[in-house]
Ligand binder design. Structure first.
Ligand SMILES: Nc1ncnc2c1ncn2[C@@H]1O[C@H](COP(=O)(O)OP(=O)(O)OP(=O)(O)O)[C@@H](O)[C@H]1O
Ligand SMILES: [Mg+2]
Length: 333
């Protein structure tokens, strides 16, 4: 039996594969905070977006903005405080455990650190084929080896590598192995959480090219998480910029790169050398979680456009004629 992934019959058909609907996630605060007004820390404040099949969607924002929290919820590894995730029309948090288990083969995750994400005591054969232990328990050893050999070649490695251990490979090779493991269940959605951040720039480019080739070949849908906008620009067609648990700008990647509207997006883009020098200098800083206001814009203390309304009203995501922006003053320049 061939282990190759079966390409979709209609690679360019458009249909919603993933729908994130108003996701809120609260984490309990440590005990010392219990006397404060809010007994929880809200990591996500009602995040919504949809992905078409075959789309590559970027999620970008600084550390602590809620990207991995959202990734874990999309993978049903953690549940939201409220809101829904629909995969292929099925609500991941409403269907039965059995139905969710069956559905899991369709979505897989690739993590950031290729050193800690592969079990050092297991050979690559076991590492890559591990998801089959629960999903295809009666698969023969021969079929298992064939599937792994096909996948290793798919990610640019040799079939003989399956009998080696993770420590025998470089970071880039390990990330190829992690991608092969994600592919073994023939998923339609892959969530890549900072999956190339730990790699050298040249190796990063090779792995990104592999990721894009695989997408084209198998009509994969990606949620691509990164704090690095140049990676997002290269890999994605659409993106959401997330700041302290809220999407502040969302739309086509090329459009947001050429016409960033939100001061936070502009600030992130400023960090990329190739970006338009016209973009104004803004106040810098880092996410001020302690200053989080429930009544105003959470970016206010870092924003060069801040005005009175920003203190009293949380800006909603609104269509600015092309893409969505959550800013009271983004048209005021
Ligand atoms: N299990 C948890 N318990 C409590 N707070 C958490 C937990 N996981 C995340 N947080 C908090 O939620 C916020 C979002 O964290 P998250 O890991 O989603 O950020 P991130 O955008 O992925 O950051 P990074 O770029 O550093 O990976 C942070 O303030 C974090 O401290
Ligand atoms: Mg993270």
């Amino acid at each position: 039996m061939s282990g190759a992934i079966i390409p979709s019959l209609s690679p360019k058909a458009t249909m919603t594969l993933l729908k994130i609907d108003n996701i809120v996630k609260d984490y309990p605060l440590p005990k010392k905070h219990l006397l404060r007004k809010a007994p929880v820390f809200r990591a996500l404040h009602g995040v919504s977006f949809e992905l078409e099949k075959g789309e590559s969607f970027g999620l970008v924002g600084e550390s602590g903005c809620g990207k991995s929290t959202l990734a874990r919820i999309i993978m049903a590894l953690d549940s939201p405080t409220s809101g829904s995730v629909f995969f292929d029309g099925q609500d991941l948090f409403e269907i039965s455990h059995q139905a969710l288990r069956n559905l899991r083969r369709n979505f897989q995750m690739v993590f950031q650190d290729p050193y800690s994400s592969l079990n050092p005591r297991k050979k690559i054969l076991s590492v890559i084929s591990e998801p089959l232990d629960t999903l295809e328990r009666d698969i023969s050893t021969k079929d298992r080896r064939e599937r792994v050999a096909d996948l290793l070649s798919e990610v640019g490695m040799n079939s003989g590598d399956m009998d080696k251990y993770p420590h025998e490979f470089s970071g880039g090779q390990r990330q190829r192995i992690a991608i092969a493991r994600a592919l073994i269940t023939k998923p339609s959605l892959i969530v890549a959480d900072e999956s190339v951040s730990a790699l050298d720039v040249s190796v990063q480019a090779q792995v990104l090219n592999l990721i894009m080739d695989l997408q084209e070949k198998y009509n994969l849908t990606y949620v691509f998480i990164s704090h690095d906008l140049s990676v997002i620009e290269y890999v994605t067609q659409n993106l959401a910029v997330i700041y302290l648990g809220r999407i502040v700008e969302q739309g086509r990647t090329d459009r947001i790169f050429s016409q960033p509207r939100h001061p936070y997006t502009q600030m992130l883009l400023e960090a990329i050398p190739s970006v338009d020098p016209q973009v104004k200098k803004k106040k810098k800083g880092s996410p001020a979680i302690s200053n989080l206001s429930e009544s105003g814009c959470s970016f206010i203390d870092r924003c060069y456009l801040a005005s009175e309304i920003c203190r009293s009203k949380i800006p909603e995501l609104e269509d600015t004629g092309g893409h969505m922006v959550a800013c009271h003053n983004s048209n005021a320049e």
